[in-house]
Design a protein. Structure first.
Length: 358
């Protein structure tokens, strides 16, 4: 079991951590404003180009290593120097920003449903999933992080409903990570009902989710913001991506990581925002970046940041780092994303019934 000491963040540092995160690399601007239409094409003619990246917050640390590495490789192959403008937000917020006019060339998001929003807006081809990895660049699991030594003896999602346990996960209205967290808890409820009664019982799963929700201490705007709050000392248990906790452990922060027997396999996508990349004249570089993120070199970087690789070569290389829980399920167990959106997150769906105390 992994352990480490939680970092102390001062009040001003926490506020900065919880704010909008924008970062540049490779000589990029930190602005959230994409180049004007045609600017990318002009830059290409001059031997340089700017790629605008709209990403979910949890991917930030890995991407800030991957993007410069891709830039060096691209320049060596083509002679063209790349600059990057990067925006990091909660996945749902990022998707809505792109739909609303943020001219990202490449979207790196937490869940398929957020990519679908961009497709439905006519900005991205529905063929973005037609790659060897199904459009995915990383995998992870929903796990639990506890204070050092696991003082409350947390062993699975059911323990989150016990009296006095203070739970953290983000707000699913804006955070893709939060939707993965809720999917995992709801699915664990279905699994438990299936073992006890021989069938998936939606009412029992809803009751299971409702019992956990009663102990939720706060719901921050993103997985990264929720992690920052936990590091500051809020809550007893955080429901989060496995990679978030593994990355903290690797940095010397001591938590216990609890992997529930029943939890969900997370898959995170990336794709080219076709309309924007074409308008900026950077389509070839954008396509190459998405392919690079699915390749062995970038996958190794993702793995070093705690993600589970989607590339077979990298997956074999890092296989001994990860365990496979006995009750692991994927989004298909819940009926797929269309069913999850309509049953859990629709206006009168399960999650909103839980919020309303119904």
């Amino acid at each position: 079991m992994n352990r480490c000491r939680a970092s102390r963040l001062s009040g001003w540092l926490l506020a900065a951590t919880l704010g909008i995160s924008l970062a540049g690399c490779g000589g990029s601007s930190s602005s959230n404003v994409a180049p004007a239409e045609g600017e990318g094409a002009a830059a290409q003619e001059a031997g340089t180009a700017t790629l605008v990246i709209g990403a979910y917050s949890v991917a930030k640390d890995a991407l800030q290593e991957i993007l410069p590495a891709f830039g060096r490789e691209w320049e060596a192959k083509t002679g063209q120097k790349l600059k990057f403008q990067e925006s990091y937000e909660a996945s749902g917020t990022q998707a809505r920003s792109i739909v609303g006019g943020f001219k990202a060339d490449v979207a790196v998001l937490s869940l398929e449903g957020d990519m679908d929003k961009i497709v439905k807006a006519g900005l991205m081809s529905k063929d973005w999933k037609k790659t060897e990895t199904g459009g995915m660049i990383t995998r992870s699991l929903v796990v639990l992080g506890t204070r050092e030594g696991n003082p409350l003896g947390i062993s699975g999602f059911a323990d989150l409903a016990k009296p006095g346990v203070k739970v953290l996960f983000p707000n699913p209205k804006v955070s893709g990570g939060a939707q993965w967290d809720i999917n995992a808890i709801y699915g664990a409820g279905l699994k438990q009902a299936e073992r006890e009664s021989g069938k998936k019982d939606a009412a029992a799963a809803k009751a299971f989710l409702k019992a956990v929700y009663r102990n939720v201490e706060s719901m921050d705007k993103s997985g990264r913001a929720s992690m920052a709050a936990f590091e500051y000392g809020v809550g007893d248990v955080i429901v989060t991506y496995e990679n978030e906790l593994l990355a903290r452990v690797a940095q010397g922060v001591h938590y216990d990581i609890v992997t529930p027997d029943d939890t969900i396999l997370i898959e995170n996508p990336a794709g080219v925002v076709d309309v924007n990349a074409d308008a900026h004249g950077v389509r070839e570089a954008a396509d190459a970046l998405v392919a690079y993120m699915q390749g062995a070199d970038a996958q190794a970087v993702f793995a070093e940041h705690g993600f589970r690789p989607v590339n077979e070569q990298a997956a074999e290389r890092f296989a001994d780092r990860y365990e496979t829980p006995s009750g692991l399920f994927d989004i298909g167990y819940l009926g797929g994303w269309d069913q999850v959106r309509s049953e859990l997150y629709a206006k009168r769906g399960v999650w909103y019934q839980v919020l309303a105390g119904k």
